[in-house]
Write a protein that binds this ligand. Structure first.
Ligand code: ADP
Ligand code: MG
Length: 631
């Protein structure tokens, strides 16, 4: 509890005690009124001040104003009754204010607590980095560490900055980032990301990024900014409140004036006091606080819970879209397959195998494509980059470059046609075929094969179980290999030999031809598919291996590249939206019921205020459920 919350708690207790005490003080008339004013001001001064400010600044009507009109009205009614010889009820107006404040207090404590819970869940922000100077370990601010510097991480500490292990072997706990409880072994040369906890032995890590660009900083930014992207449900509530409050105020006015006037016309007693009272109760009930508080809180909790499971959702609007997905489109390489190719065979090469691979690896020196990384790995030796020049990467086709002064083209059949090389098709269907041409003359092909990720088939099945209607794979690879992957995974459709721009067109077409309100999600690793990620209704990127561009362009990031997380993310989003809808229906339903009862004179202010606070407490508790994610 912070200081303000404590103060408010004292105000609540003091005014409650005073209110009870005054019940036993036998005074009458004006003195009685003045005595009751004391607890009223203690509990309500800030609400009165806020309402007054609102009127002065001509702001639209808000709940402080509703509370003031209702309680001041009830007080006036009580004075009038006192003056006309009946006994006025001052307690009611004060009690209304008191319960309103109890509600506000509960809400601020609950919201504060769940926010803290979420940041604890996201307890990945490192406070320092260790640097070894002259044999001594020194702690420095991670912001000050430049890329390329070696940092030291004790067992039990968080890795503060992304980098590669330069010495040591250890086990990492990645649960805070990926939600995966299985520890990961790392050794010299392995890439490690910040936010993981080093478990067993000390590690020296050469940083590859600045702290601000490291994984932890990015995640924290995303989660902190997520609430600024509003969902339709939140917009709905803001608009709703704008129409609703004036509507309620005018209805209350009508309720106070019309029935008595009507009765007077008919010659009956008007019962002014009765109807004014009903109108005031009506005002108290109408406060929309439960909705206003619980809906953003549900989204916030949902985003927090998802990030704990290794799924970063960049805003409540994406949470909403994700819950409506019925078509999932996948990229192949790096998304459903590992994107880590092995060289299986070299065919039709006029030079010897090792020479061809050397030339190819040199041509691939600058690419980040998984194929390129794999070919360089197959070569295995340090590359002499001075031998390569004029590198040109053609997305979805391959590479052209000059190696040792000779023109070389490495890529698929499209590229071979482009350079005019007479290629030979490879009859096997074991893997991706990379053709090579030297000075425009065909120089054979390298067959490389990729393995399907261990969870890909299960991931497709899990999506089907969630009721996803279509699963589609788009790839730039040859149709033979694409078809065999699609068959193995049980995908509904596959489209192959696409250029990156063809993928955008396909997704466009799928979006325009869809029927109903189902949304389309595209899942990719961002290597030349960032445009598709932004075009889809919702773009899901593989975070660990994915490029920075993908993480920027995507709306949802899967921290550990596991395709099984796609169905997880959808399930989490659906649960969150279900909670939001429950709260909307419940809160509005109870409100309408109470409004009706009060208009009929069946519910007084007491019931009104109980209903209001009760509904809010239940809605807030329900919202917090979104934070709980089943493993
Ligand atoms: P995917 O759709 O499977 O992610 P891409 O669109 O990235 O595939 O690439 C399509 C095809 O283009 C690859 O299968 C490969 O034949 C060729 N290609 C792309 N980049 C390269 C590269 N750097 N080196 C060689 N071939 C490449
Ligand atoms: Mg790709």
């Amino acid at each position: 509890m912070n200081k303000k919350q404590k103060n408010n708690l004292y105000r609540i207790i003091i005014s409650a005690v005073l209110l009870t005490g005054l019940h036993f003080v036998p005074v009458k008339g004006v003195l009685r009124f003045l005595l009751y004013l004391i607890p009223y001001f203690i509990i309500g001064y800030d609400v009165l001040r806020k309402a007054f400010k609102g009127i002065k600044n001509r702001q639209p009507m808000d709940e402080s104003l509703l509370m003031c009109v209702a309680t001041v009205g009830a007080m006036t009614l009580a004075i009038y009754r006192d003056l006309t010889g009946q006994t006025g009820d001052y307690v009611e107006a004060i009690a209304v204010m008191l319960f309103y404040q109890i509600g506000e207090w509960f809400q601020s404590v609950a919201v504060g607590r769940s926010r803290r819970n979420i940041s604890e869940l996201m307890d990945i922000r490192p406070d320092y980095a260790n640097i070894e100077t002259d044999g001594k370990i020194e702690q420095v601010d991670p912001d000050e560490v430049e890329p390329g510097i070696v940092i030291y991480v004790h067992p039990g500490e968080k890795i503060p900055i992304d980098g590669t292990v330069s010495a040591g072997t250890s086990t990492l706990d990645t649960a805070a980032l990926t939600g995966e409880s299985l520890p990961r072994n790392v050794t010299e040369g392995d890439e490690v990301i910040s936010g993981c906890i080093n478990l067993t032995s000390p590690l020296y890590i050469r940083t590859t990024r600045e702290f601000g660009d490291s994984t932890v900083s990015k995640i924290l930014d995303l989660v902190e900014n997520a609430s600024s992207r509003k969902s339709k449900s939140e917009d709905f509530i803001t608009k709703f409140a704008r129409v609703y409050t004036p509507a309620v105020v005018y209805s209350a006015l009508a309720l106070a004036i019309l029935p008595p006037v009507f009765r007077m016309i008919c010659g009956a007693a008007p019962y002014w006091g009765d109807f004014i009272y009903r109108a005031l109760a009506f005002l108290v009930i109408s406060c929309p606080c439960a909705l206003v508080v619980s809906i953003p809180l549900s989204f916030f909790a949902g985003i927090g819970g998802a990030s704990h499971a290794g799924v970063l959702i960049k805003g409540s609007n994406y949470m909403e879209t994700l819950s409506e997905v019925d078509t999932v489109v996948f990229d192949k390489t790096g998304t459903l397959t590992r994107g880590s190719f092995e060289v299986d065979a070299v065919h039709h090469s006029p030079v010897d195998e090792a020479q061809l691979i050397e030339a190819v690896a040199l041509a691939e020196a600058a690419s980040t494509h998984p194929i390129s990384l794999s070919l360089r790995r197959a070569y295995g030796k340090e590359l002499d980059r001075s031998r390569v020049s004029d590198i040109e990467e053609i997305a979805g086709q391959g590479i052209r470059a000059r190696v040792d002064g000779r023109d070389i083209a490495v890529g698929n059949t499209k590229l071979m046609s482009a350079v005019g090389a007479d290629y030979i098709e490879c009859p096997n269907d074991m893997g991706t075929v990379i053709h090579v041409a030297l000075e425009g003359v065909y120089a054979g092909h390298i067959v490389i094969s990729d393995t399907i990720k261990p969870h890909s088939a299960e991931a497709v099945k899990a999506l089907k179980n969630l009721g996803i209607k279509r699963t589609i794979m788009l790839t730039g690879d040859a149709s033979r290999i694409a078809d065999s992957v699609a068959a193995e995974l049980g995908l509904d459709e596959v489209h192959s030999e696409l250029l990156p721009s063809d993928k955008v067109d396909r997704v466009d077409r799928l979006i325009t031809e869809r029927s109903g309100k189902g949304r389309l999600a595209f899942v990719g690793d961002g290597i030349n598919d960032a445009p598709v990620l932004s075009r889809a209704d919702i773009g899901i990127a593989m975070g660990a291996m994915g490029s920075d561009a993908a993480i920027e362009a995507a709306d949802v990031v899967l921290m550990d590249d596991d395709p099984l997380k796609i169905s997880r993310a959808i399930a989490i989003a659906r649960k969150c939206l279900r909670i939001v809808k429950e709260n909307i229906v419940f809160a509005i339903g109870i409100k309408l019921l109470c409004l009706l009862l009060s208009a009929l004179g069946l519910a007084g202010m007491w019931l009104a205020v109980f209903a209001d606070v009760g509904v809010m407490v239940l809605c807030v508790l329900n919202a917090i459920r979104a934070l709980i994610i089943r493993k």
